[in-house]
Design a protein around this ligand. Structure first.
Ligand code: PLP
Length: 461
């Protein structure tokens, strides 16, 4: 075997990679003391819905990387698009009245797949940058329509909108806020529509209305004239796959209209087919003003994000004069745009999203729901190709385990040992597999999850 990979990276054994990693590499969202003890897991290659580690284990990637590899791994068409674009024009920007064909064409195509009226787009390199862009864009909008005092954003606790200072503040992840203290001072949070965790004993629709009305209360408290926008993921992802009751979004929409507050649907996870429609907003009947996106737009093959802009904001930003003083070196990177075009072409031509809606999604729902029969599971919920199971100590009372037992972490480790990636959010286990998964692979995912639950249960004695 050659001493280098095709990309010119040396080939080492697991131990050597782990030592080099520990010495040099600071990882995102990782406890380095713990990592030093356990050693990093090195993923060397991937194909379809499987990843392969440096020990040769084949692992079913139940998280599509980080919710992004919608088309699965090993797509030659995406690779070819990147290579061809890099040969032709590897980089140019779109600052100062320039542009290039892949970014212009992608903007046209995004306008075709997005809901009616979303015919403008601003590019970024990531979802975090997309949400920072949303903040500036919304401010610019309210300035231009002469309501500059509308500055406050309302978001939700336990939401994830990214890791830059502003996006992390928009998000409602307590550990991020606790570690860095108050970051940005114009963001308020309300509780999430998490029925299993917060609505015990309540009818789900009543609960959904109650949680939506927290928005109206927060707007009243802040002064409606000061509120710029409400931002939320259609289905909260990193917070634990929180699927809101049916009553929630229509009431949120009504409240935003009543108070003339802009509605931002963060489509970074839900966009590009995850819920069985191009955008999560379409699946849940939301009519947002802005839609930040990233991840699935390129199936993660190259970094790209952006903000899709609806008519209301687009008409003002696109028509009225003055510069929007904002942009990134890699806004609309040509190779990333070329990959996004190939990705969207494949999603369309291969009917991937329709398959999630009509075939593999309903099949996944049915099979995933059987996990609720396991003695350790209090609830199994899913929509499209994203789901969560809640681990409980007592199935009748739905009482949780003591946090110190780290039951979610045990289950995640058991999943890895069984050849399945599932993520733990506290004691909620979440999955979001590639959209190209077959029915048989859904069966494999559910079987492996069941066995991992058995192992977790026996580890608890
Ligand atoms: N918004 C949502 C809903 C996300 O899930 C994420 C990342 O997981 C982001 C924004 C941030 O995206 P990025 O990591 O590309 O900055």
């Amino acid at each position: 075997m050659s001493t280098e990979s095709g990309a010119g990276v040396p080939r080492h054994g697991t131990g050597e990679w782990q030592a080099l990693d520990h010495r040099h590499y600071l990882h995102p969202f990782t406890d380095h003391h713990d990592l030093g003890q356990r050693g990093v897991r090195v993923i060397e290659c991937a194909d379809g819905v499987y990843i392969y580690d440096s020990e040769g284990h084949r692992i079913l990637d139940g998280m599509s990387g980080l919710w992004c590899v919608n088309l699965g791994y090993g797509r030659q068409d995406l690779v070819d698009a990147a290579a061809a674009q890099m040969r032709e024009l590897p980089y140019y920007n779109s600052f100062f009245q320039t542009a290039h064909p892949p970014a212009i064409e992608l903007s046209r195509v995004l306008g075709e797949v997005a809901p009616e009226g979303f015919d403008k787009v601003f590019y970024t390199g990531s979802g975090s940058e997309a949400n920072d862009t949303v903040i500036k864009m919304v401010r610019r909008y309210w300035d231009l329509v002469e309501q500059p005092q509308r500055r406050v954003f309302i978001s939700r606790r336990n939401a994830y909108h990214g890791s830059t200072v502003a996006a992390a503040t928009l998000g409602g992840m307590a550990p991020m806020h606790d570690q860095l203290g108050p970051m940005v001072n114009f963001i308020e949070h309300i509780d999430q529509p998490y029925h299993f965790g917060l609505g015990a004993g309540m009818d789900p629709d009543e609960f959904g209305l109650r949680q939506a009305r927290l928005l109206a209360e927060k707007i009243e408290e802040t002064g409606p004239e000061n509120v710029a926008a409400f931002i939320a993921e259609p289905v909260q992802g990193a917070g634990g796959v929180i699927i809101p009751p049916d009553s929630y979004w229509p009431e949120i929409q009504r409240i935003c209209r009543e108070f003339d507050v802009l509605l931002v649907a963060d489509e970074v996870i839900c966009g590009f087919g995850r819920l069985g429609e191009w955008f999560g907003s379409q699946r849940l009947g939301i009519e947002p003003d802005l839609m930040p996106f990233a991840k699935g737009v390129t199936s993660g093959y190259l970094p790209l994000g952006g903000v899709l802009v609806g008519q209301r904001v687009g008409a003002v930003l696109g028509q009225q004069g003055g510069e929007f003083a904002h942009g990134f070196t890699y806004s609309g990177h040509p190779a990333a745009c070329a990959v996004a075009l190939a990705n969207i072409r494949a999603l369309r031509d291969e009917g991937v999203i329709e398959r999630v809606r009509d075939d593999v999604g309903p099949w996944f729902s049915e099979r995933f729901a059987t996990l609720a029969d396991h003695p350790l599971v209090g609830q199994a919920r899913s929509i499209g190709l994203v789901g969560a199971i809640e681990l409980v100590r007592d199935k009748d009372s739905l009482a949780r385990f003591d946090k110190d037992l780290g039951v979610g972490g045990r289950c995640r480790d058991a999943c890895f040992a069984q050849g399945l990636v599932m993520r733990a959010v506290g004691d909620s286990m979440i999955v979001a597999p590639p959209l190209v998964m077959t029915r048989e692979q859904v069966g494999e995912l559910v079987d492996k999850a069941w066995r991992s639950l058995d192992i977790t249960a026996s580890s608890l004695g």
